[in-house]
Design a protein around this ligand. Structure first.
Ligand code: ADP
Ligand code: ASP
Ligand code: MG
Length: 412
């Protein structure tokens, strides 16, 4: 029997009316003779609301208790959806991450999946049930505690379940019709991308496009999955197909513009970033650098710029993470002695141009630079083959993204 994993994000299950529509769509899928595992997020902004409640009680709530709190959001949705499906005469069962056997490490707030047992999911499916799994959560076999997978982690739950359970299809239903050439909220002229290779989706997600959890891209590419990002508001529409390696969507423009020209897939940006410089001794720098990356990871972040030259470290991270690092370095937690840190360029946006072939197309890099400079003051510039990173003031970010989009994204 055909088998699909469908994930519905926060906006898609944001009210009882929305949950009824999701139930209708799941029921229609089931009626086509397809086995369904549904992964759900917390309703609307519920996760933010729960975090705000915890912070109203403490400036630094325990990470274990936060996970206990936040996992409740997805539990509410899974039970409501199960009730809605039962009402439609369908056999179904809802399971938490822990009941589903999603085993993680013990890093509360940003746990990594180690293994998925999935016995109860398989049992449910073979008994003819639709199985609804709470996204964004698992359990650590070491500490026996419930964990969360990082903000937006339901995408990761869905992709990981599709990989392990061998689903033929994995569909992520969101409040957008797919992946666009830029955030459509920021660039109204952005267009939907029909298909995208995983390397580009991964770079796009790490560079700040909130449309997919970055670690989901890694798991999907590792398992060779094809995933479709679709609209829960218009579930009949084709979305964006993200697949192992094709660049078919841009093939036409390659033919038109030259076989070796760089491809530009999309523009994105991460705001409220800053630059962090630490001066360490040549010998201590490696260990300190590793410690910094570990601490950042603990807080669910990876740097956009990440360099070490002759004992000097330079990282671009969020302002929030920079404060955590500054404190850890000042108290000597990350090195042999307390270190002072230089924080500069606060209020910077890291604009990312995601493509392929920039190193072999300096003319296109120059074109990007000119487009960025036309709309803002470029503070920082980094070129890799698949990503250009351009630092500008937060206040100039929207204009710079638009200008780059106008200059670099062609209509195919
Ligand atoms: P869900 O909660 O369903 O996972 P998200 O809110 O996390 O959905 O992701 C969808 C949002 O991602 C959209 O509302 C959109 O504003 C934002 N977004 C950012 N960049 C892009 C992009 N390049 N294409 C589409 N959406 C994007
Ligand atoms: N509810 C979680 C969050 O808001 C997970 C998710 O929506 O994917 O981050
Ligand atoms: Mg999301």
């Amino acid at each position: 029997m055909e088998f699909v994993v469908q994930k519905y994000g926060g906006t898609s299950v944001g009210s009882i009316e929305r949950i009824k529509l999701v139930a209708d769509h799941v029921a229609a899928t089931r009626a086509q003779g397809v086995n369904v595992v549904v992964v759900v997020s917390a309703m609307g902004e519920q996760t933010d609301a729960l975090i705000a409640m915890a912070q109203a009680l403490s400036a630094d709530p325990s990470r274990r208790e936060l996970d206990m709190l936040l996992t409740s959001g997805e539990r509410v949705t899974m039970a409501l959806l199960s009730i809605a499906l039962s009402e439609r005469g369908l056999k179904c069962v809802s399971l938490t991450g822990s009941q589903s056997g999603i085993l993680t490490d013990e890093n509360h707030g940003n746990a990594r999946i180690q293994k998925i047992l999935g016995d109860r999911i398989r049992q449910g499916l073979s008994g003819g049930s639709i199985v609804i799994v709470a996204g964004f959560q698992g359990v650590s076999p070491k500490t026996k505690e419930v964990t969360t997978l990082g903000r937006g982690g339901s995408d990761l739950s869905a992709v990981a379940l599709a990989a392990v359970l061998g689903a033929g299809r994995c569909e992520l239903y969101k409040d957008v019709e797919g992946v666009f050439t830029a955030d459509p909220r920021l660039v109204p002229g952005a267009r939907k991308i029909a298909s995208l290779p995983w390397y580009a989706m991964s770079e796009l997600a790490w560079a700040g496009a909130g449309v997919l959890h970055a670690r989901a891209a890694h798991v999907a590419s590792r398992f060779g999955l094809t995933v479709e990002i679709r609209s829960s508001f218009k579930p009949h529409l084709r979305g964006t197909v993200v697949e192992p390696s094709t660049e078919s969507d841009v093939a036409m423009s390659i033919d038109k513009n030259g076989m070796e020209q760089a491809i530009v897939h999309a523009i994105t940006c991460k705001q409220h970033m800053c630059l962090l410089d630490v001066e360490a001794s040549q010998d201590a720098a490696g260990k300190m650098h590793a410690g910094i990356l570990e601490l950042l990871w603990h807080h669910g972040e990876a740097p956009v710029i990440n360099q070490q030259v002759s004992g000097r470290l330079r990282l671009m991270v969020s302002e929030k993470a920079a404060q955590v690092l500054k404190e850890a370095l000042a108290t000597g937690r990350l090195g042999e002695k307390p270190m002072s840190v230089n924080l500069t360029l606060a209020g910077t946006a890291a604009v990312g141009v995601i493509g392929n072939g920039f190193l072999q197309n300096p003319e296109q890099v120059a074109e990007a630079m000119a487009a960025a400079q036309k709309a803002g003051h470029v503070l920082l510039w980094d070129v890799r083959n698949q990503v250009l990173t351009i630092g500008v003031k937060d206040s100039e970010a929207a204009a710079v993204v638009k200008s780059l989009h106008d200059a670099l994204i062609t209509d195919h």
